[in-house]
Design a protein around this ligand. Structure first.
Ligand SMILES: CC(=O)SCCNC(=O)CCNC(=O)[C@H](O)C(C)(C)COP(=O)(O)OP(=O)(O)OC[C@H]1O[C@@H](n2cnc3c(N)ncnc32)[C@H](O)[C@@H]1OP(=O)(O)O
Ligand SMILES: CC(C)C(=O)C(=O)O
Length: 564
């Protein structure tokens, strides 16, 4: 591949010199102002732009999630976008939009289009008019055909017109974006930003938003962070400026760019939900907000029902969210592989133990579960899909599914044995085994093995506790088709039954036995697991029944038949 055709970013735009930087040792301790631009930047990247119904649905979602500033349209671009802003003006007048929500509209630096933009916002009580113009050398030369002075004049003319049209209108603020900031000479950005903050008379009561986009991501995130910190330190009227960033994701590092930019002094971040937007998309606000959340910082937006958010975004964009998308993808809390499942399963148990120790609920106890950076329940997800079984799974995952779905908690040795059977079955099929098919496999193998072809069968039976404290088993046993009544006594029901079996000619030694309830409460069923030696053979059997004695007897019978 002809890599010699490309130049590194530092040769395309001089880095700000000298670079003093605090960002490498800074920490993000509170959320910046998140501004979703799905309805403008995201929308302009869609094959079928949203109409009012879809736009309103996404807008309402963003309001419900807690966003306070929302870019809603490029009103001069199309009738659809113009009408949407008019629709919102009506919605605000009807009290359908909370008072603390401000809308942003976007305009190029062209007189007719600015005038149309102001016509659109008539009647909106809280609005930001956002002016943009490309400032980087290639855009100046190739797209606009203007030198630096002419671009400055174009921006100033537009800013002046906006100030004139806006007047002293209460609730109106201004925003400027030097498009392709990241490839623009830093001194030129300072010059333009200084010009607009002066023309708009930026002051702490009416700050101007300066939004510095990585319109096309071209460098590693540390370069963007240096550029932002330089602006943060050198912008005029800094206390009257809201420093904003707008990363795209061409190199796949939009999230890193945004995070480092916040460390470098950015107070506001524009992006889209799940990262829709031009080419590889705008930076994803869901990931950014939840990255903060998992550091223990209030993200100031609510993603506690992530799947509902995703469904609405998918509906409005008519684009799917990738199953591996951070936090919201279908598969991001799922482990298929054995050692991950084992770790997660142990992590869940430890989490429950720690919660009990702290006297907290599991939903409130500190989260530290291997392989799960966030508790899926915090995002409105169940634990159902966390562990899924295929041929790469091990005993931990198999045992977890049986425990979670059927309440059976297999002894370690039986887990290993059954996991081998599951692996053989999933290797043969090449498919996943869901909880139901896993249970069917387990039941057929251990609970009701070869029902039709059983060699030892038990018809009616009973166990009594004698006055001596011993147990007495009496039952009709059929062994190799020979039926008779047999009995046996022992210190427990299991030993009483094995003695009855011995009397019928079946020599059984119990090597291991455990029993537990499958769920809490009086309605629980008992599960019994028994490992028996029958002659030369050793086998496990499992019994599940409403009564503990029945479960134990069934388990022994199952082990005997499996061994035989
Ligand atoms: C990085 C971003 O996201 S920028 C936003 C991009 N979004 C969009 O373009 C969506 C909406 N756009 C549109 O609907 C149309 O492009 C319109 C209505 C704005 C303009 O349409 P047209 O007049 O047909 O122009 P066209 O679409 O060809 O745009 C190119 C013209 O805009 C000029 N232009 C580009 N950016 C700007 C700007 N910020 N301010 C003023 N003019 C600009 C170009 O120099 C070019 O001018 P020229 O025709 O004199 O060479
Ligand atoms: C904010 C602007 C101009 C933008 O959408 C971009 O640069 O990507």
């Amino acid at each position: 591949m002809p890599f010699h055709r490309y130049r590194p970013a530092h040769e395309r735009v001089p880095p700000p010199e000298p670079v003093a930087r605090d960002w490498p040792s800074a920490r993000i301790e509170r959320a910046p102002l998140w501004v979703p631009v799905d309805l403008r930047d995201g929308n302009q990247a869609l094959a079928e732009p949203m109409r009012t119904e879809r736009k309103r649905r996404l807008f309402d979602l963003q309001v419900a999630l807690g966003f306070k500033e929302i870019e809603v349209a490029y009103p001069s671009a199309s009738r659809t976008d113009f009408e949407f802003v008019r629709h919102l003006a009506g919605a605000v007048a009807r009290g359908e939009v909370p008072d603390d929500v401000t809308v942003v509209v976007f305009t190029p630096a062209r007189r007719d289009l600015i005038e149309r933009t102001f016509a659109a916002i008539e009647g909106l009580p809280r609005v930001v008019v956002h002016l943009y113009a490309a400032t980087a050398p290639v855009w100046r030369d190739v797209v606009l055909g203007k030198g630096r002075a002419e671009v400055r004049a174009m921006v100033e003319d537009a800013a002046r017109l906006m100030a004139k049209l806006g007047g002293d209108r209460p609730g109106l603020r201004f925003q400027f974006s030097p498009e392709v900031f990241n490839l623009t000479e830093p001194d030129f950005v300072l010059e333009l930003c200084g010009a607009v903050t002066e023309l708009w008379d930026a002051c702490p009561e009416r700050p101007v938003t300066l939004n510095l986009p990585a319109t096309v991501e071209v460098a590693t995130p540390n370069v963007y962070a240096d550029q932002i910190e330089y602006m943060h330190r050198n912008l005029d009227r800094r206390e009257s400026v809201i420093l904003s960033v707008h990363p795209h994701n061409d190199r796949g590092t939009g999230v890193a760019c945004a995070e480092l930019a916040v460390l470098a002094g950015a107070q506001r971040v524009e992006g889209c939900l799940f990262g829709n937007g031009e080419r590889t998309g705008n930076v994803d606000l869901v990931t950014l907000a939840l990255n903060l959340y998992t550091q223990g910082v209030d993200p100031m937006v609510d993603f506690s029902d992530i799947d509902a958010v995703r469904r609405t975004v998918e509906h409005c964009n008519r684009l799917p969210v990738h199953p591996r998308h951070p936090y919201g993808g279908d598969l991001v809390h799922t482990a298929f592989s054995g050692t991950h499942q084992d770790a997660i399963s142990k992590g869940f148990a430890e989490h429950a133990r720690r919660a009990r120790e702290l006297g907290a609920t599991e939903a409130d106890a500190p989260w530290d579960v291997p392989y799960l950076p966030v508790d899926p329940a915090d995002l409105g997800r169940s634990y159902e899909a966390v562990i899924r079984v295929n041929s790469q799974s091990g005993k931990g995952g198999v045992a977890h599914l049986l425990r979670a779905h059927r309440g059976v908690d297999l002894p370690r040795e039986l887990r290993t044995e059954f996991a081998r059977a599951v692996q053989a079955a999933t290797d043969d099929s090449g498919r996943e085994a869901d909880a139901e098919s896993l249970w069917e496999l387990f039941e057929a193998a251990y609970v009701t093995p070869g029902t039709a072809g059983e060699l030892v069968r038990l018809a009616s039976w009973r166990v009594d506790r004698e006055a001596s404290g011993e147990y007495r088993f009496v039952g009709a046993l059929s062994v190799h088709e020979r039926t008779g009544d047999y009995e046996g006594s022992g210190p427990g029901p299991v030993s009483a039954f094995t003695r009855a079996l011995a009397a019928a000619g079946v020599d059984v030694a119990v090597l291991d036995f455990t029993e537990h309830a499958t769920e809490p409460g009086a309605e629980a069923r008992a599960a019994a697991y028994v490992k028996c030696r029958v002659g030369e053979r050793v086998a496990w059997g499992v019994g599940i029944a409403p009564a503990t004695v029945t479960a134990a007897v069934s388990a022994v019978l199952s082990a005997v038949n499996r061994a035989l």
